[in-house]
Design a protein around this ligand. Structure first.
Ligand code: ZN
Length: 370
């Protein structure tokens, strides 16, 4: 995080007055951890950007399962309360903090931007190497700091990237976290090569819908899973070559039959419920890459399979901003496109989170601000 990211309140009020915006914004906050019922639509102090930061007028914020984990409370992870969640943000630059004015190619007031969700310390070997997602002090907007379920949010200026051409704010907000995560998993961590075969769990999830597209764009053969006829049809339309029903089909068995021995890469984000089938779906020498565990974090593996079949188990967490920058032109060109399922007004964020939790959606759920 940039130095001087927050200012003393007195300075903050002076600056707020100087910029001529109201001191209190509308925001969705929680004061204690719990279910969607802890979310309150209320007034909150305007954030004030410190040195090197910008203030953004939020126009849309996409939901992620991370928002639910943060709201529920993560054992051993202290979240500052009251807290504003929301890590996938699109909006317009409202003000620049000290020092940002001089930056070349930096954001200007009025620019339409998306925010790269990850924030590193900016001065460690990982950050120096543009691998801020390996920074020991790495955090994410809406996780360790306030996020985008609000009229205004502050963020380091370097996190602001131009809004990909042709997208509205809701579609743009649906891009950063899932496309960056899927891109980093497949290309960087798993080393996916054109022509390989990939199993993508749950194409209806945000990250799954991104992974199907990226793998197809890389000329890979994609076997996707989805739950039920409607979502299977949508997964097919997204480009998946084969779609299996993860509630009914014996996945590993079907994958082996379809591929003649297993896939080169399994794209995992489901965790406990799918782990065993994931391992069994791999070809010898295959790679299982995982970024999450929405169904549980305990997994077992038969070590004989790991060594005798020369499998690779690879963890992945978000991705560096440089990779988001790398993929945005392909979003702008329409090679890859965010999938927005449903849009809620900010005031109905609790309903939006319940909808996400109920797993009814195909793609991203987004809240917007007028
Ligand atoms: Zn760092």
């Amino acid at each position: 995080m940039a130095a001087g990211f927050s200012l003393p309140r007195s300075t903050a009020q002076t600056r707020a007055k100087h910029w001529g915006y109201a001191h209190a914004m509308r925001a969705i906050r929680f004061h204690q951890h719990g279910g969607p019922e802890v979310l309150r639509y209320e007034s909150a102090p305007d954030p004030v950007p410190g040195a090197g930061a910008i203030l953004l007028r939020v126009r849309a914020c996409a939901l992620n399962h991370l928002d639910l984990f943060v709201r529920d409370g993560i054992p051993g992870v202290p979240i500052p309360l009251p807290h504003i969640g929301g890590c996938d943000i699109a909006g317009q630059v409202a003000a620049l903090g000290p020092g940002v004015e001089a930056a070349r190619n930096g954001p200007a007031v009025g620019d339409a931007v998306i925010l790269s969700p990850g924030i590193g310390c900016g001065r460690c070997p990982a950050c120096d190497a543009c691998r801020e997602n390996e920074c020991p002090r790495y955090t994410v907007l809406g996780y360790g700091v306030d996020g985008g379920y609000a009229e205004l949010v502050k963020a380091p200026a370097e996190n602001a990237l131009p809004l990909p051409g042709g997208l509205d704010f809701a579609a743009a907000a649906a891009v950063p976290l899932v496309f960056l995560t899927a891109w980093h998993m497949l290309r960087t961590r798993a080393g996916l090569q054109p022509g390989q075969q990939v199993l993508v769990w749950s194409a209806s999830s945000g990250v799954g819908s991104a992974a199907v597209q990226i793998a197809k764009w890389m000329h890979c053969r994609v076997i996707a899973t989805a739950g039920g006829e409607r979502k299977m049809e949508l997964a097919k339309r997204l480009g998946a070559d084969e779609v299996l029903d993860h509630y009914r089909d014996p996945i590993a068995q079907r994958v082996k039959a379809l591929t003649g021995g297993g896939v080169d890469v399994v794209f995992e984000h489901v965790g406990q419920a799918t782990w065993e089938q994931s391992v069994r779906s791999l070809a010898n020498g295959g790679t299982l890459v995982t970024c999450g565990a929405t169904t549980g974090r305990r997994a077992a593996i038969d070590l004989r399979h790991l060594f005798a079949r020369q499998l690779r188990l690879v963890g992945s967490y978000m991705g560096p901003r440089s990779e988001l920058r790398e993929l945005l032109p392909f979003i702008a060109r329409g090679d890859l496109h965010p999938v927005v399922d449903r849009i809620f007004p900010l005031a109905e964020t609790a309903a939006a989170q319940r909808y996400l939790q109920a797993k009814e959606q195909f793609g991203k759920v987004v809240v917007t601000l007028e």
